[in-house]
Write a protein that binds this ligand. Sequence first.
Ligand SMILES: O=C(CO)COP(=O)(O)O
Length: 252
Amino acid sequence: MRKKIIAGNWKMNKVLSEADQFVTAVSDKVPNSDKVEAIVCAPFPYLSALVEKTKGTSLKVSAQNMHFEENGAFTGEVSPVMLKDIGVSHVVLGHSERREYFAETDETVNKKTHTAFKHGLTPIVCVGETLEQREANETEGLVETQVKKALDGLSDEQITQTIIAYEPVWAIGTGKTASSEDANKVCAHIRNVIKEVASESVAEKVIIQYGGSVKPANVDELLAQSDIDGALVGGASLEADSFLQLVEAGAK
Ligand SMILES: O=C(CO)COP(=O)(O)O
């Protein structure tokens, strides 16, 4: 039985006092359970403070991006070495907003998955189609390519540890959720792709999240699906109460 992982992606939201209040309200309420894991993906300036504040609790702290190089002349970038050094455990890679606005490609996502593992960070790799691609029936092919390229060259052990987040772009921040059956179909397809590139036993272990307008009202139905092992949540992760409801749903 795979555990559920609920990750709240704050994107570019909150000032430090709000981030601090959120973690104060949430961290002690996250259960220490083998059924659910809870992660907050916070903006870079807060990571260090949040790692300190969550010590001794079950709430994990993730970055939302990083560079693939360890250091060097890359003004404005943050490296995996820095994230590891301050105690961050996870990093979101290839979010559709990074792909759309910041020229992230399958190739850079692949480089980043490799450096993430090199430095002991767990990658949350995002894949998903645009509305245009869905309407052209390209969803499965596109997601397959994104997954294969992101995981290229990783060992089976590393693939087992990778978290994949299926986030249809048209469902992000729009209030439109993929039906749980449609979301599950794509997540099951991703599991098949992993079976092909690694093995059945690896595919059975990999955590595949769904993301796109997940909220307390629809999370139970999504998590009840056979191949959806959690959620990557934007809007509904910004309020402590709503985030905790999502975590509770994952613990059921
Ligand atoms: O992009 C998302 C999480 O990474 C989803 O955002 P929303 O939950 O706001 O649709």
